[in-house]
Design a protein around this ligand. Structure first.
Ligand code: TRP
Length: 344
């Protein structure tokens, strides 16, 4: 596993004994990572692991809140996600990387938190209402989905997470977690730590059709896509609908291709914008420039990912390492919870 555990201890507090703030984030294992994840979260996680006590876990139980019927892909997705993380540079020595379901105590804590959580708090969570609408035609509203934020609160509080990086859409979940913690502590003493949101200003990464990149919309460009796939996907991207003919001026600010140029093409950003506005840069050329840079940019990721793929035990090893690191903390928290509730 040469190369993946070797990031230097280079932050100001390393070795000085000063405590770094504990940050935690979870990812549902729903499939291969794409550019939206990369620019939206992964880069942020890489920088967090430099100067925080970072916990990154795979929320496999959360994936079941919607995809409980056919679970045949779950283990493969977990392993794929670990390897994507490692190839991106998350370091299992420096961060604590683990699997939610390896810690049954998380389920125990979620059950106990559920006792103090009013139903009305859960029913008014916006993502729950949206999901209900999405699921309306095909499925029943399940208890697990309603309990999603309770389980998430258990994830956070079991490791005494202080900071949780969230996008705008996840803010209501975190607010709810804070309310649950306050209510719990009111009944049983100052047992749990109230987490704070770490609002990250992440760019909206559009997919091929201009809507937010997402696997379920099938508009994503995968980090693992090979160069030809990347190029053909970029070629299919929508552009400014009013720029029809060569020579028509375009509007970079509404063009999904330009949004990706912003992330990938610092070297030609100015001329791309100017050429688009003037109508002198054909979309075909603009896309080809983008594909060139994208392919180069993700070359090192692709290569590392391919190397990691060769070691069939690597993902399991990384998760086992994280589980071992997180376990004492989990036991400590659960001891305090059981004592606080007079269960022990
Ligand atoms: N809700 C997060 C998502 O949609 C996943 C998640 C589960 C999570 N538990 C968490 C995020 C705890 C942060 C903290 O991807």
């Amino acid at each position: 596993m040469a190369g993946i555990g070797s990031r230097q201890m280079d932050d100001a507090t390393a070795g000085t004994g000063a405590r770094r703030a504990r940050v935690l984030t979870g990812y549902r294992p729903t499939g291969p990572l794409h550019l939206g994840h990369w620019f939206g979260n992964v880069l942020n996680m890489l920088s967090l692991q430099q100067d925080h006590d970072a916990y990154f876990f795979i929320a496999d139980w959360h994936a079941l809140t919607t995809d409980y019927e056919d679970t045949s892909g779950l283990l493969g997705n977990v392993e794929g996600l670990v390897l994507d993380w490692l190839a991106a540079g998350l370091d299992p020595e420096r961060s604590t990387i683990y699997l939610q379901s390896a810690l049954p105590e998380v389920a125990e804590l979620a059950l106990l938190l559920g006792m103090v959580t009013p139903l009305s708090w859960l029913e008014r969570v916006p993502t729950f209402k949206e999901r209900l609408r999405d699921l309306a035609e095909r499925e029943i509203a399940n208890f697990g989905l309603l309990g999603y934020p309770v389980l998430q609160t258990a994830d956070i509080t079991i490791v005494r997470g202080e900071l949780v990086p969230v996008g705008e859409d996840q803010l209501p979940h975190l607010e709810l977690s804070r309310e649950i913690v306050r209510r719990f502590n009111r009944f049983y003493g100052e047992v749990l730590v109230e987490p704070k949101a770490l609002l990250s200003e992440t760019p909206m990464i559009p997919g091929l059709d201009g809507r937010k990149m997402s696997k379920s919309l099938r508009n994503d460009i995968g980090l693992r896509d090979d160069p030809d796939t990347m190029r053909s996907k970029v070629r299919r991207m929508v552009t400014d609908p009013e720029k029809v003919r060569l020579g028509d001026p375009g509007r970079p600010e509404i063009c999904p291709v330009f949004a990706l140029h912003r992330e990938l093409s610092p070297d030609i950003l100015g001329q791309t914008e100017a050429g688009c506005r003037a109508g002198t840069l054909p979309c075909v050329q603009c896309k080809s420039n983008l594909a060139d840079r994208m392919i180069v940019h993700f070359g090192p990721f692709r290569e590392r990912r391919a190397v990691l793929e060769d070691d069939p035990k690597l993902a399991a090893q990384a998760l086992a390492q994280g589980e071992e690191k997180v376990r004492p903390l989990v036991e400590q928290t659960m001891g305090a919870v059981r004592r606080g509730m007079r269960l022990a």
